[in-house]
Write a protein that binds this ligand. Structure first.
Ligand code: ATR
Length: 266
């Protein structure tokens, strides 16, 4: 019998996770059944517990349930605590372990797939919501020279920065005159096609602009490309956070390169 896993979300039909984990399972010769589970907006906890009692071994959690998953878990890793959100649940005998692999996925895509060094570099993180919070601790662990957090609502950026000594918070306009080696867009502005009011000159020579969204060209990406920056979307982060979850569940890390290539060609 295959071990059962699922991604739980609402909506969840668009999720690439079942495909990615099926490819991982095939590559690693693991007997796994990974499905998409749509939970009602007001019944995530019931859906997760039901899946566990039906024999589910683990679940990925996506929008909008990551904070609820954080509260559901009996144990949390330091990176899940820092994120205040959980994207990977493991159902053990009688208890639930919560982790967050999003930040690790970003770092791996940046450093392994894209050969970027973060240590000693000037990094700018755009946004102060859940997506931004989820990557701050793993970014700091790479020891950048500076981690600046900028948000439309600068007070929200300040509140996020307060939780992470060593970071610096501001609004977008305050970035005038500064430049960065790595600019990560963790806002959801691209979903609505909204432009971010970034001052000119924030992309240093040889900089990388990283859009956490994938599957679309966002105004942030276009802007960065026009400014001469290298541009990446979040597909690699998606695959790498999945690989990190697979590692937690199965004790082995899949080779992500062929899977990423297959998704890019699809
Ligand atoms: P997520 O979990 O995806 O991070 P969120 O917690 O709702 O979602 O946060 C969305 C982020 O995108 C916030 O930083 C938000 O900025 P505000 O805090 O100022 O609202 C940012 N965002 C969304 N739309 C934006 C836009 N059009 N321009 C600038 N920032 C935007």
């Amino acid at each position: 019998m295959a071990d059962r896993y699922a991604v739980i979300g609402n909506p969840v039909g668009h999720s690439q996770s079942p495909r990615i984990h099926a490819l991982f399972a095939e590559q690693c010769r693991q007997a796994m059944d990974y499905s998409a589970l749509l939970a009602p907006l007001d019944a995530f906890v019931a859906a997760a517990r039901q899946f566990a009692s039906d024999g589910g071994r683990g679940a990925n959690v996506t929008v909008p349930f990551k904070e609820e998953a954080y509260r559901l878990a009996d144990t949390l890793t330091p990176r899940a605590k820092a994120a205040r959100a959980v994207n990977t649940l493991s159902f053990e005998q009688g208890w639930i372990a919560g982790d967050n692999t999003d930040g690790a996925g970003l770092i791996r895509d940046l450093t392994v797939n894209r050969h970027r060094v973060i240590h000693g570099k000037r990094v700018l993180l755009l946004g102060a919501g859940g997506a931004a919070r989820g990557v701050v601790l793993p970014l700091l662990a790479e020891q950048p020279a500076l981690l600046a957090i900028a948000n439309r609502d600068s007070e929200k950026a300040a509140r996020l920065a307060e939780d992470f000594p060593g970071t610096r918070a501001s609004g977008f306009a305050d970035l005038a005159g500064q430049s960065f080696d790595l600019v990560i867009n963790a806002t959801s502005a691209g979903l609505s096609g909204a432009e971010l009011p970034l001052p000119a000159g924030i992309f240093a020579a040889d900089s990388l602009a990283y859009e956490m969204l994938y599957g679309r060209e966002t105004p942030f990406m276009t802007r960065a490309r026009d400014a001469g920056a290298a541009v990446a979307d979040g597909l690699g982060m998606l695959v790498e956070q999945a690989a990190e979850a697979f590692l937690i569940w199965r004790g082995m890390r899949p080779d992500t390169a062929p899977i990423l290539a297959a998704l890019k060609n699809a």
